[in-house]
Design a binder for this molecule. Structure first.
Ligand SMILES: [Zn+2]
Length: 79
């Protein structure tokens, strides 16, 4: 898994690592993967950080962040 991934690929990587589906704010389990209009869904969290997937709870809007390289089984780049 590298570059932009569809929601299922990201969800499968999280399931393989036993990431909980429950929103820590409202307890529901419906998430959306944020992306740009051209389909990019990995974002720099800050200028020096590795890119990350941003998922938003479809019930309350809470946003969670997962470093893409970690989900892909790699060590994240040192800042
Ligand atoms: Zn929520």
């Amino acid at each position: 898994m590298s570059g932009s991934q569809p929601f299922k690929a990201v969800a499968d990587a999280m399931a393989a690592k036993r990431v909980t589906d429950k929103c820590p704010m409202c307890g529901t389990e419906r998430w959306g993967l944020l992306s740009t209009s051209d389909g990019e869904n990995q974002f720099p969290v800050v200028n020096t950080a590795p890119k990350a997937y941003l998922l938003t709870c479809l019930n309350c809007g809470f946003v969670r962040t997962h470093i893409a390289a970690v989900l892909e089984g790699q060590e994240p780049e040192a800042p």
